[in-house]
Design a protein around this ligand. Structure first.
Ligand code: NI
Length: 257
């Protein structure tokens, strides 16, 4: 039986309220052995920790997404820090920049991103980074904060091969999600071919970014298999090998034994 690690999901999302428990049982049947549930604000970070307490296969990250950066005040960083006292919290995230939606002013996005990287450094936890249409500033902040000393992953990577190379030099992992299965995924296909298998992670970002053949439906961690299959096809290896390696990579990055 294949063991898959979905390294990024939002199972706290309201779209799972009706069937969360049976959906998680289905994940286990589908060969998912680990899930990292990512927080995106204080409320969902709390929920993320609750899910990790309730389900053995779920681990959590805590942090505030760039969309919600403007909701942070000076107590937020302390709350995030306190949440990491639970041993199943394995990363700070998702944090980063989003210049596609610009839901928070860019100067505030940057300030809160840097602050949370600094927290991760203090706590010796890796970061989970969201970057949408903000590649230049994300790379600047990586350099400024010496991200290589912190470690982490670019989740649902959407950058170029050149950017992927830069990130690899900084020791960062690259996580691939459902859009790699889309017909127009030219750039991400090139990235998958370029990045060594031992630096790749797979994820669903459930309930978002549903892969082909279920594109348009609600996503869930069982569909991470389709991401693994696409990577296997692109690299000319078996899906079992992709599952095995990405599981090991995720455990190494997040310190899961
Ligand atoms: Ni996400």
């Amino acid at each position: 039986m294949m063991k898959l690690f979905d390294t990024h999901a939002h199972l706290d999302d309201g779209r799972f309220d009706e069937d969360r428990d049976s959906m998680i049982s289905q994940c286990i049947e589908d060969g998912v052995s680990l899930i990292l549930n990512a927080g995106s604000n204080i409320e969902t970070s709390l929920k993320s920790v609750s899910l990790a307490k309730e389900y053995e296969l779920i681990y959590a990250s805590v942090g505030v997404h760039p969309h919600d950066a403007a909701t942070m005040d000076d107590t937020s960083i302390d709350i995030i820090g306190e949440l990491t006292s639970n041993p199943k919290v394995k990363a700070i995230g998702e944090i980063g920049l989003d210049y596609y939606y610009d839901f928070s002013p860019r100067d505030i996005q940057k300030k809160r991103f840097i602050e949370q990287i600094d927290l991760a450094r203090q706590l010796k936890l890796p970061v989970i980074v969201h970057d949408r249409d903000s590649h230049g500033d994300v790379m600047d902040i990586f350099k400024k904060t010496r991200i290589n000393e912190v470690g982490g992953v670019l989740h649902s990577f959407s950058g170029s091969v050149e950017m992927a190379r830069e990130c690899l030099k900084m020791g960062l992992y690259i996580s691939i999600s459902g859009p790699v299965t889309f017909k127009n995924a030219v750039k991400t296909v090139e990235v998958v071919k370029e990045v060594p298998l031992d630096m790749l992670l797979i994820e669903t970002d459930s309930p978002y970014l549903t892969p082909v053949p279920y594109r348009g439906k609600r996503n869930y961690p069982g569909y991470v298999r389709y991401v693994a299959e696409k990577i296997a096809e692109l690299k000319g290896i078996t899906v079992e090998e992709v599952a095995q390696k990405t599981l090991e990579n995720g455990k190494r990055l997040f310190g899961i034994l």
